[in-house]
Write a protein that binds this ligand. Structure first.
Ligand code: ADP
Length: 272
């Protein structure tokens, strides 16, 4: 068999494997234009209805990886697949939620959520119905007419999540969504978020959360990928099958935290 035929066969096998996952990133290498190599051979799989978290030291490449997973940045090598379909540009099926809360101050909660439906070809009535539905999912029924300045930080973040949900994506990519909230508000939203995202009413099939908060990821994730070293790669993968809601004071919870800490020793710089 020629080398070309081998390559085609490899790609077909890779694609067939990726088709079993909601999202699959295979063999990702990435450098910024200034030549800084962020990743070498990063592999991430998100299974059906799986909540995946990515942790790692600050500056290791977590936000960069989310942008690659969403098709916003093109890897130098490797491929991202959505149900086996190569992702080479942003798609409405994958939504990226940034850390900063983006609600428009001059629009009510309902209008903020309807905004994400305006670009789609739906009637105003349908858009309003979908927006009300999404606000109900995030627990904001009855608050549709409030303006952002009348809401707490947690409520604004819920509006941002409702807006993302209303667009009916298959995958949520979340970059430190709790980082700007005070601890009590963050705790309340963390407790709700899993049920919101995986409620039977949403079309979501997978979630990827980036966070530097290890307790947060053990509380939320099914699977935790640890990035470390320069260039970064996946140095550890920890499966969490504790029942929800999870108790951060339990022994099992702390054993998982210890496992994560072990992977997060100071980054090693590998010779290139
Ligand atoms: P994290 O989210 O883990 O804090 P980032 O993905 O933001 O890390 O950044 C990874 C690395 O890439 C950092 O060292 C950062 O300085 C560098 N970086 C980020 N954006 C750019 C860019 N546009 N050009 C060059 N380097 C960048």
């Amino acid at each position: 068999m020629s080398m070309d035929e081998d390559l085609i066969k490899d790609n077909a096998m890779q694609r067939a494997r990726a088709a079993q996952y909601v999202l699959s990133a295979v063999g990702i290498d990435f450098s910024y234009e200034n030549g800084y190599k962020v990743f070498e051979n990063v592999n991430i799989d998100v299974g059906q209805n799986e909540f995946v978290a990515i942790v790692g030291p600050s500056g290791i490449g977590k936000s960069t990886l989310l942008r690659i997973l969403g098709g916003f940045l093109k890897p130098d090598r490797g491929m991202v697949y959505l149900f086996g379909r190569p992702i080479v540009r942003p798609t409405p099926d994958i939504i990226l939620i940034h850390q900063s809360i983006v609600t428009f101050p001059w629009l009510t909660a309902l209008e903020n959520v309807m905004l994400s439906l305006k670009v789609r070809n739906v009637s105003d009535d349908e858009a309003e119905k979908a927006a009300r539905n999404a606000l109900e999912m995030v627990g904001l029924q009855g608050f549709e007419d409030l303006y952002p300045k009348e809401m707490s930080g947690g409520m604004r973040q819920r509006v941002a999540i409702a807006r993302a949900l209303a667009a009916s994506p298959l995958v949520f990519l979340m970059d430190e969504p709790f980082a700007h909230l005070d601890e009590l508000t963050a705790e309340g939203l963390r407790q709700d978020i899993y049920n919101i995202l995986f409620s039977p009413d949403t079309p979501l099939k997978g979630v990827v959360l980036v966070s530097h908060n290890l307790t947060e990821v053990v509380e939320l994730a099914d699977e935790i990928y640890v990035l470390n070293n320069v260039p970064a790669t996946v140095v550890g993968k920890v499966h969490v099958d504790l029942p929800r809601p999870r108790n951060p004071r339990s022994e099992e919870f702390n054993q998982i935290l210890d496992a994560l800490y072990n992977y997060l020793t100071p980054p090693k710089v590998r010779k290139l």
